[in-house]
Design a protein around this ligand. Structure first.
Ligand SMILES: Cc1ncc(COP(=O)(O)O)c(C=O)c1O
Length: 394
């Protein structure tokens, strides 16, 4: 075993100057365990990943069964393997008919890269429209359509021809024109601090894309997979995207993403030029087995209905005069305070008492919570007590 901070800090490339540095030996359900026996409640699901909890028994079982058959055998798109086949069929059964074909990739950002390329390929246009304060990933294309200017400066030039408009502003939809290849939007903005658009805005957005022929790309990498109380957040707006992207919780703890559209649209990536998008590990059979069992857990039983109830329960428990505003979609929360410092204080105090919360990169004065959907009422009460105490002492 090797849990030394020195090794971590010296030999693993850092992403920021203040990493959490919690040593994790194992994880089960909603809990992470340190080698010294400390238990932490994961109230952020590893940032939107562990929607069915850590090591869900059905997910583990599916992984083990696939391990005994085969691991990687070929790059994506060549051999017929049961595990990706079953996953693709299941996804198609859960989505509208116009989203019947998935391209399996390795991460959220790669799903968005594929979606942006598909929109350009389908329309023959170059312009991309995105939204201020959005986050779509950290590779060059996804970063180009992400709203956080400070994060982008050091990496320019990025993609040309990207236009940013205001989220949830119907007026701004006029900037979507017949020059627009695709419009990419998080159905519910995550990193911006859980921003839920109006029904009318989403309807007008769909209409504008229909009128101009622009591809509507819904990024549900963070808000999908049951997080907001329905399997996909777009179900709550009565619209269907042309292209859907998913990731994070999709793999139940293993890395997998997908961009999804109709078979007719997807097949354009196979010619003129052929191999329009390729990936070695996309559709990895072990990840697909984990994703299929995750989908089964999310859709069999009442976990989604329960997520809606538990979201309300958390909201009704977390009441305190220092809270400025709560924004919530199902079990995805942003809780606003008066300052970034206060949020940091609350995160630290909660952590000292065994509950992991976080903030948002683009919205640091919000406390972030998104617990596993499998959390029990008792565990919710215990965790909310810890958070309330952290708020009181902040
Ligand atoms: C809405 C959204 N899109 C895309 C991504 C990028 O996903 P990944 O980190 O798997 O590349 C994220 C990650 O936080 C996200 O929240």
């Amino acid at each position: 075993m090797e849990y030394s901070e020195e090794t971590f800090l010296q030999h693993l490339a850092p992403t920021n100057p203040f990493p959490f540095l919690i040593p994790v030996e194992r994880a089960e359900g909603i809990y992470l365990y340190s080698p010294d026996g400390r238990r932490y409640t994961d109230f952020i699901s590893g940032i939107g990943v562990s929607n069915v909890g850590h090591r869900h028994p059905k997910v583990i079982d599916a992984i083990k069964k696939q391990l005994d058959k085969h691991l990687h055998v070929m790059v994506y798109g060549e051999y017929i393997q049961s595990s990706p086949n079953l996953l693709a069929k299941k996804l198609a059964s859960l989505l509208p008919p116009s989203l019947d074909c998935c391209y399996l990739v390795n991460s959220g950002t790669e799903a968005n890269e594929g979606a942006l390329k598909l929109a350009k390929r389908l329309t023959g246009r170059t312009e991309l429209v995105s939204f201020k304060k959005s986050y779509h990933g950290s590779t060059h294309g996804s970063m180009s359509v992400s709203g956080n200017e400070i994060k982008k400066t050091a990496f320019r030039p990025l993609l040309p021809d990207v236009r940013f408009i205001e989220f949830d502003h119907i007026d701004d939809l006029r900037h979507i024109t017949t020059h627009t290849a695709g419009v990419i939007i998080e159905t519910i903005q995550g990193d911006a601090g859980v921003r839920v658009p109006s029904q009318e805005f989403m309807k007008q957005l769909r209409k504008k894309c229909d009128e101009t022929g622009a591809m509507l790309i819904l990024d549900e990498i963070q808000c999908g997979m049951g997080r907001t109380g329905t399997l996909f957040a777009f179900e709550q707006f009565g619209i269907v995207p042309d292209i859907l992207t998913i990731g994070k919780a999709f793999g139940g703890g293993l890395p997998i993403g997908a961009f999804i559209s109709s078979h007719g649209r997807m097949k354009t990536l196979s010619h003129d030029p052929m191999l329009g998008h390729i990936t070695t590990f996309g559709g990895n059979p072990v990840c697909c087995a984990a994703a299929l069992s995750t989908l089964e857990v999310l859709t069999e039983g009442n976990i989604l209905e329960e997520a809606r109830r538990k979201g309300q329960m958390i909201e009704s428990l977390l009441v305190h005069p220092l809270i400025r505003e709560v924004r919530r979609a199902g079990m995805m929360f942003a809780i606003d305070f008066d300052s970034e410092e206060r949020v940091q204080h609350i995160v630290k105090a909660a952590l000292d008492n065994g509950v992991i919360g976080f903030w948002f990169l683009s919205h640091p004065y919000s406390f972030r919570i998104a617990p596993p959907l499998t959390i029990t009422d008792e565990q919710i009460r215990e965790s909310c007590d810890v958070i309330l105490n952290a708020i009181k002492n902040s």
